[in-house]
Write a protein that binds this ligand. Structure first.
Ligand code: CMC
Length: 425
């Protein structure tokens, strides 16, 4: 039980209210305000600026110091020493796998990569120009119609089976979203390939010609998935938890996370970076756009810059910047005007007083957008790729929540509408 306490005095309530304060293993303490409702007041924190919504053992971020830990391991070490599938296991189970556990986990993921053939029919119902995120959201939610043996959320084994299914099927479904748009046949997964290589195979291969997946592109893809695998209680993860708290099935919960990720302030940012670069169009116009980003009366923001939590640097961006250099170098794309413009924009923004003062640094999406573009992924697929990487985080948080006693998530409000009034006679 907590020994630390906070006291709250509220005008109109005679005695101060004692509130327990809890300490985490690291990071800020939290004040437990759940008893306030008994005193007839709510707390008010739009945007959850100061509110911890749950306990979690999965991921820790110190935004001021630029630290991101998955189960205690720094992201920089995982990016170099680990791989996406191992990180999936780590997030889900809490520890790095032994050699036997790795084999068994990888086999389980391989076994589940195909999707039911009826799912192909879903795709045929979408117009050719449907946004890939619209299709992904729908088909992932639709998986619950096929996999009835993983819908009992009170059964921990079924929860893990659902987790494996979702992690395994996401690259297959993501590639199908792309193939539908370009009118090419869906490619079946190739289970002797690694996770990222298989994804690129399903994206760029055709039945007439297998693609030559470059090892650098496959490594970059795996690192992009790994860097996006979790980010504690961000908007989409909180959405998955909220949906899960009602007892919804895992596929529906993950679909809700995909929907939340879609927005340009979250997972849609990498797509917005490329759109913005296209809009800028030429190096000579960078200054004009920097001025617009600084103008309070202009809604334009420099996409790929700034972060709610990282106020000095985004540790994922540091890793991604190196990958970006490697990929552009390998593909001989350094002189491509778009990439040259991105580099120049990065330099100008990093030296500009406004961005320095407001601590607006390039985030992971600035560089991941450039890498994805360089390896041939169309812009409209960027957020789908983010979702494919984020799935282990979502599902681990969902599983963590369901492994302990939990309550339906139900925020309160400060009501500012009409008081009761009569319907006109
Ligand atoms: N360009 C220009 N000005 C900016 C930017 C930007 N990208 N980001 C923030 N600001 C300004 C903002 O106008 C505000 O100025 P003032 O204090 O004068 O009102 C100040 O910086 C603080 O901004 P905020 O909106 O209060 O900060 P936030 O923590 O609520 O928002 C953010 C964080 C990521 C939504 C925001 O920085 C942004 O919109 N960035 C561009 C979109 C983007 O790249 N998003 C991807 C985030 S990384 C992926 C992920 O983890 O989901």
């Amino acid at each position: 039980m907590s020994e630390k306490k906070a006291q709250l005095r509220i005008d109109g309530i005679d005695d101060p209210i004692d509130l327990p304060v809890y300490e985490g293993t690291t990071g800020p303490d939290v004040v437990d305000v759940s008893s306030l409702v008994g005193h007839g007041v709510f707390t008010y924190d739009p945007g959850f600026m100061s509110t911890a919504a749950c306990d979690s053992d999965i991921t820790f971020i110190d935004g001021g110091k630029g630290i991101l830990l998955y189960r205690g391991y720094p992201i920089e070490q995982l990016a170099v020493k680990s791989n996406f599938l191992e990180v999936c296991y780590l997030l889900l189970h809490g520890e790095l796998p032994s050699a036997t556990e790795t084999k068994s986990f990888e086999n389980s993921i391989r076994y589940h990569t195909m999707v039911d053939e009826h799912i192909h029919q879903f795709f045929r119902g979408f117009p050719r120009n449907a946004h890939p995120m619209a299709m992904l959201c729908a088909v992932v939610g639709g998986l619950s119609a096929f996999y009835h043996d993983t819908l009992d959320i009170d059964d921990s084994e079924q929860r893990i089976s659902a987790a494996h299914r979702i992690i395994a099927k996401l690259p297959t479904l993501a590639a199908m979203c792309y193939k539908h748009g370009v009118g090419q046949p869906f490619m079946y997964p190739q289970n002797d390939m690694g996770f990222a290589e298989n994804f690129l195979h399903m994206m760029f291969g055709t039945p007439c010609e297998p693609p030559k997946v470059s090892p650098i592109a496959a490594k970059a893809m795996d690192t992009i998935f790994l860097l996006h695998a979790d980010h504690e209680q961000n908007a989409s993860t909180s959405t998955v938890r909220l949906a899960g708290s009602t007892g919804s099935n895992p596929y529906a919960c993950i679909a809700s996370g995909i929907a939340a990720l879609w927005g340009p302030a979250h997972g849609g940012a990498n797509e917005s970076v490329l759109k913005m670069l296209g809009e800028i169009g030429d190096e000579s116009r960078i200054d004009e756009f920097i001025l617009r980003a600084k103008d309070k009366d202009d809604p334009f923001r420099l996409m790929g810059f700034g972060h709610r939590v990282y106020k000095n640097f985004d540790p994922r961006a540091k890793v991604m910047r190196e990958i970006c250099d490697e990929v552009l170098d390998e593909l001989g794309a350094e002189d491509d005007p778009l990439f040259r413009m991105a580099r120049k924009l990065e330099k100008i923004a990093l030296e500009d007083e406004y961005f320095i003062e407001k601590k607006l640094y390039p985030n992971v999406d600035f560089y991941s957008g450039i890498v994805l573009k360089a390896i041939g992924i169309p812009t409209s697929m960027f957020t789908v790729i983010f979702a494919t990487g984020r799935v282990p985080g979502w599902i681990s948080h969902w599983n963590e929540m369901l492994s302990h006693p939990y309550r339906i998530g139900r925020p309160r409000q400060l009501y500012k509408g009409h008081t009761q009034r009569d319907y006109p006679a």
